[in-house]
Design a protein around this ligand. Structure first.
Ligand code: GLY
Ligand code: MN
Ligand code: MN
Length: 490
């Protein structure tokens, strides 16, 4: 190797991933993840070890996999974004054969020039140690021979295994192998995962405690996480605003989805927190409608748009429902205002100490009373299916994030999302049929109230109608007619 090449390689190696011009500079840094591991360690029971596995690579078909997404707990504790890895965090210091003390160890994908040329850069064990700051880092192929006596721990904590991990016969250190090796080392009963989950472990294996520890940790957001969440929320709001400006009858659900998702990408959101829900008219009654196939939106209908940009792992969850024509009909406005009033009622009590069930009750009370006043139901106490879902959940690394679901605490981030969905033939008067409204906003719980993070996206009927009158940059984005254009031009 010549000297120039050596110097170049050394320089490249010393550039941390976060400093690389190829990467954004606002990922959570290694000190943040290290602190999270320490917080977890403090919550571990005495003489225990916690074991976490990276997410599985899932195959789409043939040689195409689904885009990889790290397991959120693994992401939270490490910042490692690659598959085929296992992390162990110990309550107490362990000793290497050389006498060095450590209380965390990770096994990751090895560097591999050929594989990296096809599927992307890998940190490798050295990169993981330097850039993610994990004390001990080895290649995943070394886990098999890692000398650990799981029987010596009072508790071995891990999360239930999901049963969709495939074995890559070409890769001796893939997730499948890591899990199998762990099971053998830890004395995990060789039964299917479901029957094990149903049984109380008879030994020191524990699949319950980590759930509550991770709920406690992830449910309260740090200032650094709030920065990322605020970005995800603002990006998603801008998507809603741009669609309001661009909306025209005849647009397809897919095109509307595309405008939102273009905005997400424009602001460097690498993913969606969940598949985009864009339902015109009756399709809005399907709560998680993700087909988005309707080719031409009708000016008489509403369009319900529930989308969240995921920014560096953190996702927003925002729904706006708007009239395709730019103006709500009287019936649409009546239902819309009822949903809005329900949301406002919950917002009034959105503060530390309020229970999740109290938030739901506040929304349901308003909706039931309003539906009775509109003669959609006979009396507020009637059972009905017009509001069939809960109203509130944490958001964060998951759209339905881990967290404590009893009472609100400072620095939780939640959504409030009431809705009314009126399917055909479910009311005496057909004027309501096909009206579906959900309004969903994101809130940071503060010391004595809440901050409305998604207020940038218009929410009242007046504000929405006003925004829909604004010009859109897409008014001039005219593409050729696909039926008329030919390979040689049109
Ligand atoms: N977008 C899923 C939900 O609103 O909970
Ligand atoms: Mn939601
Ligand atoms: Mn949603």
């Amino acid at each position: 190797m010549n000297r120039f090449l050596v110097i170049t390689l050394l320089l490249a190696g010393s550039l941390s991933l976060a400093q690389s011009p190829d990467m954004p500079s606002d990922f959570l840094n290694k000190e943040w993840h290290k602190e999270r591991r320490q917080k977890l360690r403090e919550k571990l029971p005495s003489n225990s070890v916690a074991v976490f596995f990276a997410n599985a690579v899932r195959n789409r078909s043939n040689d195409v996999d689904y885009i990889y997404h790290q397991d959120p707990d693994f992401q939270y504790l490490t910042g490692y974004r690659e598959p085929n890895a296992v992390l162990l965090i110990f309550k107490d210091k362990q000793k290497t054969s050389g006498g060095a003390l450590y209380d965390e160890i990770i096994f990751v994908q090895p560097k591999n020039m050929m594989r990296e040329m096809w599927t992307g850069r890998r940190l490798g064990n050295m990169g993981t140690k330097e850039q993610l700051g994990i004390q001990q880092a080895f290649n995943n192929t070394e886990f098999k021979d890692y000398n650990i006596d799981f029987k010596a721990f009072e508790q071995v904590l891990f999360l239930d295994f999901h049963n969709d991990v495939r074995n890559d016969a070409q890769d001796p250190g893939d997730l499948y192998d890591l899990i199998e090796q762990f099971k053998v080392k830890a004395g995990y009963p060789q039964k299917d995962a479901l029957s094990v989950a149903r049984e109380q472990p008879k030994n020191n294996l524990n699949t319950k405690t980590l759930v509550s520890i991770m709920n406690d940790l992830r449910g309260i957001k740090t200032p650094e996480e709030l920065d990322l969440l605020r970005k995800a929320v603002m990006i998603s709001c801008i998507g809603q605003v741009e669609v309001m400006k661009a909306m025209k009858p005849g647009m397809s659900e897919r095109e509307v989805q595309g405008i939102h998702e273009y905005v997400f990408k424009k602001y460097q959101a690498e993913d969606l927190g969940y598949p985009s829900i864009v339902g015109g008219g009756h399709n809005g009654c399907i709560l998680h409608y993700i087909d988005n196939y309707k080719p031409a939106l009708d000016p008489k209908e509403l369009i319900l748009m529930d989308l969240g940009a995921e920014y560096h792992g953190y996702t927003a969850d925002i729904t706006r429902t708007i009239p395709v024509s730019g103006k709500f009909s009287p019936e649409q406005k009546q239902i819309y205002d009822l949903v809005l009033a329900a949301q406002e009622e919950a917002m009034k009590i959105c503060k530390p100490g309020t229970s999740f069930s109290a938030l739901y009750d506040a929304t349901a009370r308003v909706i039931n009373k309003g539906l009775a006043e509109l003669n959609i139901i006979d009396k507020p106490s009637d059972k009905h299916l017009y509001y069939p879902h809960g109203c509130c959940h944490h958001i964060g690394l998951d759209v339905h994030d881990r967290g404590n679901y009893s009472v609100l605490q400072e620095n939780m981030v939640i959504t409030i999302e009431p809705g009314i969905y009126i399917q055909d033939n479910t009311t005496k008067d057909p004027k309501w049929w096909g009206i579906a409204v959900r309004i969903e906003d994101d809130y940071l719980i503060t010391k004595d109230g809440c901050e409305h993070l998604s207020a940038f996206a218009p929410r009242t009927t007046e504000a929405i109608e006003a925004m829909m009158k604004q010009p859109s940059p897409l008014d001039n984005f005219l593409l050729p007619d696909l039926d008329k254009v030919t390979p040689k031009g049109n």
